[in-house]
Write a protein that binds this ligand. Structure first.
Ligand code: F6P
Length: 392
């Protein structure tokens, strides 16, 4: 059944259930739109909820129904009607007023049936699913099953394809940068190596941005497996030259080059996600053991996702929320809103899932240029025929 057909039959099925479950809908109302936030929380989620609710209520005479704890709320009929009053004051709040979970309909035998029931019960014309890579996969599968859905990409990891940026990323980068600034002063006082482990799953956007912004000596990312001997050589060389403190930023998903160092395989949670974290401790231990320089580790963990979103993330979240409602009004099912060349566009969610957006080559090149040089580096980070960073 195609999305159009589904919407039609759902509209017909709505009348009876309206009497039983739905709050009164004025004659003129255009749409009833569900919204939910799934996956890890992320600064800017409340901006999306507020943006969608205000656009729906004030501009488009529509209603937004917020489902609690992602698809679990849809399946369990746990919801609240959102309006401008409910969304007052939430713009600067971190987390999500709707709560979140990694639960999803395809993890349950009767999941799709329960989702269909939610559409009928609430007279929904659409559900806006706000989430990361995994959640966009769910939105895509629901679209393939004929449900009218719209995707909004969110993640501090900034790893979703076809959108230049996700909200939450800039906040996480700022939190990491502030932490690195603080760690500089203690590293320098104690003449230590301080390893800072940051999030990002299988990509190094947070690590590269915060490493560059915080002036880390070395930044290790999943895109470029590291050689521990080379890392130690760079640190020793730097300290011999009179620098007695070093900040090493490591992405939680960074891995050593094959055959150079053993690391334990990550645990898997009940939804099949790898639970990352721990590479920072391993690295600090190795660096201290191999160089004799006192080394410590700080894992920033969930602090990176906490607290108030920076202005950029509030604005991007607001733009995405409004754009998602407008996509629903246009019946653009199976589309994800995205930031492209500074504008909000729509892309098929199917095209955005499956491939992670990795760190751009020019940022990897910058990262290599700013690490401590060792003998043998002809031109750090640059192949002989590469343009200088300003020439691209
Ligand atoms: O995807 C966002 C993220 O914060 C990752 O950077 C991290 O690996 C993961 O979520 C942690 O998930 P959880 O909140 O389940 O520990």
């Amino acid at each position: 059944m195609g999305p159009g057909l589904w919407l039609g039959s759902h509209r017909r099925a709505t009348a009876a259930s309206t009497l039983l479950f739905m709050p009164a809908l004025s004659e003129s109302q255009i749409m009833r739109i569900g919204i939910l936030t799934g996956g890890g929380d992320c600064p800017g989620l409340n901006a999306v909820i507020r943006g969608a609710t205000r656009a729906a209520e004030v501009t488009y005479d529509s209603t937004v129904i917020g489902f609690r704890n992602a698809w679990r709320g849809v399946m369990d009929n746990d919801y609240e009607i959102l309006d401008v009053d409910r969304c007052r004051g939430i713009l600067p709040l971190g987390g999500t007023i709707l709560g979140t979970s990694r639960d999803q309909p395809f993890a349950h035998e009767d999941g799709l049936k329960r989702v269909r029931k939610a559409y009928d019960r609430h007279g929904l014309d659409a559900i806006i699913g706000v989430g990361g890579e995994g959640s966009m996969g769910v939105v895509n599968r629901l679209h393939e099953n004929g449900f009218p859905v719209i995707g909004v990409p969110k993640t501090i990891d900034n790893d979703i394809s076809l959108t230049e940026m996700t909200f939450g990323f800039q906040t996480a980068v700022q939190i990491c940068t502030d932490a690195i600034d603080r760690l500089h002063t203690t590293a320098e006082s104690h003449h230590r190596v301080l390893v800072v482990e940051v999030m990002g799953r299988h990509v190094g956007h947070i690590a590269i941005w915060s490493g560059l912004a915080g002036g880390a000596a070395i930044t290790l990312v999943p895109e470029e497996p590291f050689d521990i001997d080379e890392v130690c050589e760079r640190i020793v060389h730097r300290h011999k030259k009179g620098r007695f403190a070093t900040i090493v930023v490591v992405a939680e998903g960074a891995v050593p080059k094959a055959g150079t160092m053993e690391i334990p395989a990550p645990e898997i949670d009940k939804y099949g996600h790898q639970i990352l974290g721990g590479i920072g401790s391993i690295l600090a231990r190795e660096i201290q053991g191999r160089t004799g320089i006192e080394s410590r580790m700080t894992a920033l963990g969930h602090i990176q996702r906490g607290g108030s979103p920076v202005a950029f993330d509030r604005v991007l979240g607001t733009r995405f929320g409004v754009a998602a409602v407008e996509a629903a009004l246009d019946g653009a099912w199976g589309q994800m809103v995205a930031l492209q060349k500074g504008r909000i566009e729509r892309v098929p969610v199917a095209d955005a899932v499956g491939t992670l957006k990795t760190v751009e080559p020019d940022l990897l090149r910058l990262n290599a240029m700013f690490q401590p040089r060792i003998p043998g580096d002809e031109h750090p980070g640059l192949p002989a025929d590469a343009p200088t960073p300003m020439e691209h």
